[in-house]
Structure formats: C-alpha cells, structure tokens
Design a protein around this ligand. Structure first.
Ligand code: ZN
Ligand code: ZN
Length: 295
C-alpha cells in the first residue's frame, strides 16, 4: 500500500497547504480517502488519481477543514464518469451534512442530469452515507478500520475519532484532530505508520494559552514524540500544521491573535522535528502536500 498526503494544513486557507485529506492506495489498486478537507479533489488530480476511482471516504470529525471538499469531490467524480455509488462513513451528523450539501447544489445537479451521460451514472451523485460509533466501522475483504473516540471538540457538540486501519498486512493509524488521550495510544500501538496531527509548535502553544484564542485541543511536538515512542510505532508522519511555517502576508496579518507572527516561517519546522526527536528516535516525516509514503 502507499499513502498520499493530499492536504496537510489546519483550518486557515494556506497558500501552500490544503486542508486535511489522505489517500490510501492498497496493493489491489483500491483507493480510500481519510477526511476530505478543502483542496482534496484538486490534489488528487495532481497525484494522478481520478476522484471517480475513490470508492470510500472515512471522516474523523465534522470540522470544516476535514469535510468541506466532500460536495465538490462528489460532483466532480460524477462528471469524471464514476460508476456506482460512493460510500461515505462518518460520525453522527455526516448524513445531514452530505444531504444538505447536495440539496444546496440542486440546480446544478438537475441541470447536468439532463445530459444522457450524466443520467447514465446518476447514482454517482447518490452516495451511500453511513454514520458510525466507536468500534469496527468498516470490514470488507481487504480493509478493516476501527474508530475510537479522541479528545478534540466538547462531546455535547459532536464526537471526534481516530482510526486504526489494517490492510495489506500493515497497520496505519490516523489521529484525526486530538489532544493526547488514551485512545490514540491504543489506536497507534505498534503501527507501521502513525499519521498524527501536530498543529502548533511549542512556542505558539504557550502564546495561545496566554491569549485565550482558539482551542488547546491539539497535540504538541513533544507530546507527539512521547506518544510515538510509547506506542512503538515504526514510522511517524506529523501533519495538520497550523500555518506557523507560512510566509503569507495575509495569514500573518490575520493570525496575529493566534500565533506569534514575528516567529512564523518554515524554520519552525526544525523546532517541531527537534521537539518530536526529544522522545522518539524512529522514522519521521513532516508532511507536505502530495508527499507519498510506500509501506
Ligand atoms: Zn483540523
Ligand atoms: Zn478539528
């Protein structure tokens, strides 16, 4: 199997990074997507993957930077001649999101469905959407996925999950967004690859805690190194970077309350790596869009 990091940013519109989305391409050729943040569909084309060939999308949580490309992905893969209905599996609320999104594109869908070619594959725009709770959420031949709840958004609002995926004799764990918690340790235990959020470097976390802006419900580089070491993962990808490495003047102006703007820049990735390395000695990648990892 191989993994393609389609999008590697947190929630702002970053000129260099799209929002979270990851492709798993199994040895059979089957392609599955984890989360579908903005830019996922465009990045797929750049990665030489036809969105119409992605049969299943698994969603960790309903923050917009993990789901906003879903309607675009569905529409484009319909137009790109998808055969059959795609499957979308997500936490409670995903059915509402998908059905309302497609309703909002009702005029476009009615207009295009007049064409014989679009009428012929109309089921492509009628996804099978299934809501899950903790446990095994998918098991179909070459792929099994277990979801456990992680700590990110207050549970009275919604539930957030991480995944442990078994395919081709390998284990890939994806954190979704979370602060350190027991369940992510369980999901990551002995994984061949742990793909884990690492939203802010230590200097920015200290600033955010003082300023009271945004959530602290993320994992720091030091905490991520501890987790990867304790879980004995074979390889680690840090991702979901909170724009601290950006040089964009717009992001710098807008991020003043969230980040220490004077420190922003790609050099901070060196600090992230060094802080992960304090506790973790294994293989380490800092994600960038379109990065490919073969397992
Ligand atoms: Zn996020
Ligand atoms: Zn989130």
């Amino acid at each position: 199997m191989h993994v393609t990091m389609l999008g590697t940013a947190a929630a702002l519109p970053d000129p260099d990074r799209c929002h979270t989305a990851i492709l798993l391409t199994l040895d059979s050729g089957r392609t599955v997507m984890l989360d579908c943040g903005h830019g996922a569909t465009r990045r797929m084309i750049q990665a030489n993957v036809n969105p119409a060939d992605v049969d299943t999308v698994l969603i960790t949580h309903l923050h917009h930077d993990h789901i906003s490309d879903l309607p675009f992905f569905l529409l484009e893969s319909w137009i790109l001649n998808r055969k059959g209905r795609p499957t979308i599996v997500g936490p409670k609320g995903i059915e509402h999101f998908v059905s309302r999104s497609l309703e909002a594109f009702d005029v476009d869908i009615r207009a295009r469905s007049k064409y014989p070619a679009r009428k012929a594959n109309f089921e492509a725009i009628q996804p099978m959407v299934r809501e899950y709770e903790a446990g095994e959420i998918l098991h179909d031949g070459d792929l099994s996925v277990t979801a456990l709840e992680v700590k990110h958004i207050p549970t009275e609002v919604t539930h957030c999950y991480g995944f442990r995926i078994e395919a081709d004799g390998k284990i890939v764990t994806f954190s979704g967004d979370t602060e350190p918690c027991e369940n992510i340790g369980r999901l990551a235990r002995n994984a061949d690859l742990l793909i884990h959020e690492c939203t802010f470097p230590e200097v920015m976390i200290a600033h955010r805690l003082k300023s009271g802006v945004g959530t602290a419900a993320h994992t720091s580089p030091t905490e991520l190194g501890q987790l990867a070491s304790v879980a004995q993962v074979k390889s680690l990808v840090a991702t979901h970077f909170g724009h601290f490495d950006s040089l964009s003047p717009v992001l710098k102006r807008a991020a003043g309350k969230h980040l220490r703007v004077e420190l922003m820049g790609p050099h901070l990735l060196d600090e992230v790596a060094a802080d992960i390395r304090k506790n973790y000695k294994g293989s380490l990648h800092l994600a960038r869009d379109l990065m490919r990892i073969d397992l």
